[in-house]
Design a protein around this ligand. Structure first.
Ligand SMILES: *[C@@H]1O[C@H](CO)[C@@H](O)[C@H](O)[C@H]1NC(C)=O
Ligand SMILES: *[C@@H]1O[C@H](CO)[C@@H](O)[C@H](O)[C@H]1NC(C)=O
Ligand SMILES: *[C@@H]1O[C@H](CO)[C@@H](O)[C@H](O)[C@H]1NC(C)=O
Length: 432
């Protein structure tokens, strides 16, 4: 039997979710809001930011260092941030230190982000090749810029892990326009706090606004937001669907430099529900079992092949990839140990970028000979695949699962408060 699961065609899905996975609908994950977002709402958001900023600016003075590139597109807008860079000791004068990551871990100040200049001209030699001429034009940009891997940082937080060991780093892929989702995540599962002495920290990964949008205002908004919360990492590459893999590799490199002491990393989308309590419990089990070294857990998809339906968002032409996919974990939310993340970083550097980010990580895992673990608590395709099913809004499921896709900001806030209400009575605890 064949059916479509997210970004792949799957043969004989073998997970314990099998029974629930009958519908054929495409996954609608990570839908990026296009050029539609009206400017009006932008100015409203902007106004509210100014207000919040006034209220909160005194609370938070530890603003990250902004590495702006010299002649940035934000021009004079960047002036104040350039000053910040000039004052900072973390500027470009410090030489990047290559070498073993263990050494980096023992000397946190020795490395800084070294991709300082935007140098991503297209690889013209590709244009002369036969397969490129046959290739679907929507992949041209990707192939021409495939060699560009690391980009300068526009917003950085080198201090994120500086104040002692972080137990769990919540890393959330987002785009500038999804401000309300980030707000909801900060109020719920992404709240930075300490549970039983275990420190939880949160970061949002962003690229730069795609051209054609109101880039200047969007950039200003995200900088205000970061001044308030200090949880944004932004790189100077266009935040497009096919550039999502850049978020993976740039984060892996970033983490290796700035947060090597973190113990676990949860990586997910900004439209998922995460039961932090259950996630910490799972980590606890894995630590007890001493399974940290190879820990990579989520909604694992095995025996998948690329989607050849040209209408699909996840369509991959034969010219680009013509093999079954290695087992990979749905990018909606997964857990890994930092030990494994460091090894992923090392092997990722030898692999060509692939336009689908979670498949790319699957390729890295395969190179490491690590099989990602399927855990039924990670429901990155929804609790059931039928969107209208009442199960998808049943709080008792959320109480017993770890990750559920997909919720709007409002749904997330509401579900969070219901699930954490002590009056919620669930008939039985489903084993997860
Ligand atoms: C640690 O970092 C400092 C400052 O960059 C440098 O002088 C020193 O040589 C480094 N030590 C090691 C062991 O890398
Ligand atoms: C940067 O760009 C120049 C000129 O376009 C090119 O010669 C050089 O190889 C590039 N460097 C890298 C690291 O891509
Ligand atoms: C990814 O971002 C880079 C830098 O902004 C850009 O040159 C490239 O065209 C983007 N690639 C895709 C496929 O959007």
């Amino acid at each position: 039997m064949f059916y479509t699961l997210g970004r792949t065609v799957v043969k004989h899905y073998e997970g314990s979710l099998g029974a629930a996975l009958t519908a054929m609908d495409h996954c609608f994950r990570r839908k990026r809001v296009g050029l539609l977002k009206p400017l009006l709402s932008l100015s409203l958001v902007f106004a509210s930011f100014l207000m919040i900023h006034k209220l909160k600016v005194s609370e938070k003075d530890a603003v990250g260092v902004k590495h702006m590139r010299g002649a940035g597109w934000c021009g004079s807008e960047c002036f104040s941030f350039k000053k910040a860079v000039a004052k900072s000791s973390l500027g470009s004068s410090e030489a990047p230190v290559p070498g073993a990551d263990a050494q980096r871990a023992s000397n946190r100040t020795s490395a800084t982000w070294d991709a300082q200049v935007l140098n991503c001209s297209e690889d013209a030699s590709v244009r002369t090749q036969d397969w490129f001429r046959r290739l679907d034009p929507r992949f041209h940009q990707f192939v021409l810029h495939r060699h560009c891997r690391y980009f300068p940082m526009i917003i950085n937080h080198p201090e994120k892990c500086a104040d002692g060991d972080v137990h769990l780093l919540m890393v959330v892929k987002s785009v500038i326009e999804q401000h309300d989702r980030r707000e909801a995540v900060r109020k719920t599962w992404g709240k930075e706090h300490t549970v039983d002495g275990k420190k939880i920290r949160t970061l949002f990964l962003l690229g730069s606004p795609t051209t054609g949008k109101d880039t200047k205002n969007l950039q200003k908004l995200i900088e205000y937001e970061d001044q308030i919360y200090g949880d944004i990492l932004q790189w100077d590459f266009m935040d497009t669907f096919f550039n999502l893999t850049l978020k993976e590799v740039n984060f892996l490199k970033w983490f290796n430099i700035y947060c090597p002491g973190v113990q676990f990393i949860f990586k997910g989308d900004d439209d998922v529900f995460v039961n932090t309590h259950n996630l910490l419990e799972l980590i606890g089990f894995k630590v007890e079992e001493r399974k940290e070294a190879d820990l990579f857990v989520g909604d694992t998809i095995s025996k998948a092949i690329p989607i050849r339906n040209r209408q699909s968002k996840y369509y991959i032409p034969k010219e680009l990839y013509d093999k079954p996919y290695p087992p990979y974990v749905g990018g909606g939310g997964f857990l890994m140990s930092s030990q494994l993340a460091r090894r992923l970083f090392v092997v990722s550097e030898d692999l060509e970028l692939y336009p689908i980010d979670d498949v790319f990580l699957g390729m890295c895992l395969q190179k490491l000979n690590v099989a990602p673990e399927l855990h039924p608590g990670f429901r990155t395709f929804g609790i059931t695949r039928r969107r209208v099913s009442p199960m998808n809004s049943e709080p008792c499921f959320y109480k017993n699962l770890i990750v559920v896709h997909k919720l709007s900001a409002q749904e997330l806030l509401k579900m969070w408060s219901v699930v954490h209400n002590e009056d919620l009575i669930c008939a039985r605890k489903t084993s997860i």
